[in-house]
Design a protein around this ligand. Structure first.
Ligand SMILES: Nc1ncnc2c1ncn2[C@@H]1O[C@H](COP(=O)(O)OP(=O)(O)OP(=O)(O)O)[C@@H](O)[C@H]1O
Ligand SMILES: [Mg+2]
Length: 586
């Protein structure tokens, strides 16, 4: 069955192999040295005191048979002490395991979040947001369960098995061997199933990621779905993904339950062997009744954790699959940021020299050579898909050229420190993203510490007062999720103010094609006209009125520069520019 929802994601974020993930997880656990030490010690104490019960019990039975009252009291005291110790170690175990587990999860989430800020923009055109959210949320939840509740059982199980086996061999090696006869069968059986279990869990994680991804997308696009009467289609798609997830979980559960049953049968065979052999020895007076009682208790103690571990194996696989998916995010290539040359000011020019940019197999910019000098206003125009936004991203250092170079004041952009560069050049983006909060909050994040008064004076200086006049709350009006409460023009204005508060030397305006009313348009033009008096302006627009602000116009067509010149020069030439602005160019 091919659903196609994970193909791209997995190609980009490869899940790690099981063993490597396990070792890495162990490293993450022991990273918290003190807590993990307390954790391991308390788990071991708990299981050791648990393993000593049957011995105390068997010896007490023998004391009763021998009618030795003082020995009986001694064993009773030992019994009680063991309970007492276990009570405290259990408490320590629970607390420390939770702390270790939550610490590991927190570190994973923190580092993957940090990584998501560092990956190049391309990453996000490959991997969908919902899938990433699912990894960081759902996958880490599966790890949390495992570490908090199951891992203590694994460690205590393993120590119980080792200690119980030691005691069994000490008491009666022959009987001990009998109880271990079934172990190889168990081992082979587990190995055979391992791959299937892992594959199955990978499927459950992928399908839940697909659901989260789909949910995020559908909710974000709810207007579109309603407007186009596509609710049924959305539902059908969701239902299919949900069904995939359902069957993946059922398969996983089916596999684990049949695994559990088979293990129980193997255990029963082991115990029957011991009871048979033990009874024969007892009748032959080779061992005492107390020892046989203790031994049978040990066989059970020995198998219990094995059965538990076999069931845990599923949770373990599930969480390892989850961990490998989070590690894949953490391991993704960060933006290669080699630049270290700090730039305090922009002095002469930005130059693109034979810049070529490719997306997968399409060429978005081909050998583009342009120069933008300080103080100049340059418009970049062209049909939709011509490569204008790509050019913006290259100049902003958000996209690295695949060929050619970009120089700023004669230094290669790749050598320039990105942070300092982005203080000089600020974008007004095509789709300004607004966070839920007030207008003020949305401007403030671009420059922390800015006051309402400073923003207000910028609004006046750039003649943008009209834009927010209809909002009763002024700068404190809520923008709504993704800025839904604002008009296109108001959103645009917030985006412009975000740029202005940083007091940049260069502004790149990549303007939305969406229509805004003529008054907002005039406001934006006025603001840009004021800015060009003191700064460098790069304008990308379909709007003729904005283009008139430019000293020079660069025309892109299919990723190539086809025309360049002033408005009056281009107006008289026949070519793409004339085609685009036939009516406006009088
Ligand atoms: N992330 C991407 N992955 C693959 N192809 C892309 C990506 N971004 C842009 N492209 C392609 O590159 C070409 C140039 O896109 P670009 O966004 O630069 O156009 P544009 O000139 O800004 O168009 P518009 O005027 O519509 O904004 C287009 O063919 C587009 O399909
Ligand atoms: Mg664009």
């Amino acid at each position: 069955m091919s659903t196609g929802y994970d193909a791209l994601e997995d190609r980009y974020l490869k899940p790690q192999r099981g063993r490597a993930t396990m070792l890495r997880m162990a490293k993450d656990i022991f990273h918290q040295k003190k807590e993990s030490a307390i954790f391991v010690i308390s788990v071991v104490i708990t299981s050791v005191s648990g393993v000593l019960y049957p011995l105390a019990l068997g010896l007490a039975v023998n004391a009763v048979l021998e009618r030795n009252a003082s020995l009986l009291i001694l064993y009773a005291v030992i019994f009680f002490t063991l309970y007492f110790v276990q009570f405290f170690s259990n408490r320590w175990m629970t607390l420390s395991s939770t702390r270790v587990a939550q610490g590991v999860i927190k570190r994973m989430r923190d580092t993957s979040f940090q990584k998501l800020q560092k990956v190049p923009l391309d990453f996000y055109s490959k991997v969908r947001a919902g899938y990433l959210i699912s990894r960081i949320e759902n996958d880490s939840e599966s790890i949390s369960d495992f570490l908090t509740y199951q891992l203590p059982q694994v460690i205590s199980g393993v120590s119980t098995i080792i200690i119980a086996a030691g005691i069994m061999f000490y008491i009666d090696a022959r009987l001990a061997l009998f109880s271990l006869v079934v172990m190889p069968v168990l081992g082979i059986f587990t190995l055979l199933l391992q791959r299937r279990v892992r594959t199955n869990y990978l499927r459950t994680r992928r399908t839940i990621a697909a659901i989260t991804g789909n949910l995020a997308e559908t909710i974000a696009a709810i207007r579109t779905f309603k407007a186009f009467n596509a609710e049924d289609q959305a539902y059908t798609r969701f239902e299919r993904l949900n069904r995939d997830n359902f069957s993946a979980n059922m398969d996983a559960s089916r596999l684990s339950s049949s695994y559990g049953s088979v293990i129980r049968v193997i255990e029963a065979v082991g115990i029957i062997l011991v009871i048979y052999e033990g009874s024969v020895s007892l009748l032959d007076h080779l061992i005492s009744l107390g020892i046989l009682v203790a031994f049978i208790a040990y066989v059970q103690q020995f198998f219990n954790p094995i059965v538990q571990l076999s069931q845990l194996y599923n949770t373990y696989q599930n969480s390892m699959v989850g961990a490998s998916r989070i590690y894949a995010i953490i391991d993704s290539e960060p933006e290669r940021d080699v630049g270290s040359k700090v730039m305090d000011s922009f002095n002469s020019s930005i130059g693109m020299n034979d810049v070529t940019v490719r997306y997968d197999d399409s060429v978005a910019l081909e050998k583009v050579t342009v120069e933008i000098r300080k103080g100049e206003s340059v418009a970049v125009v062209g049909r939709t898909g011509a490569g204008k936004s790509t050019l913006t991203n290259v100049v902003l250092k958000l996209k690295y050229p695949d060929g050619g170079s970009v120089t700023v004041d004669a230094a290669d952009l790749m050598d320039i420190d990105t942070k300092s560069y982005r203080n000089l050049i600020v974008p007004v983006l095509q789709e300004p993203f607004l966070f839920n909060g007030s207008i003020f909050n949305n401007i403030e994040y671009s420059k922390s510490g800015i006051t309402r008064e400073e923003i207000q004076s910028l609004i006046e200086r750039y003649g943008m007062e009209h834009i927010f006049r209809s909002l009763p709350g002024g700068l404190d009006s809520p923008v709504g999720e993704m800025g839904r409460n604002l008009s296109e023009g108001q959103r645009q204005a917030v985006s412009i103010l975000r740029a202005f508060v940083r007091n940049p030397e260069i502004i790149i305006l990549d303007e939305a094609t969406a229509q805004i009313d003529s008054r907002s348009e005039r406001n934006i033009i006025n603001a840009m006209r004021k800015f060009r008096e003191r700064g460098t302006l790069i304008l990308i627009s379909h709007r003729f009125s904005l283009i008139t602000l430019a000293d020079r116009i660069i025309v892109l067509e299919k990723g190539k520069v086809v025309q360049q010149g002033t408005l009056s020069e281009l107006s008289t030439q026949s070519g793409v520019f004339r085609d685009l602005y036939k009516r406006s160019v009088g």
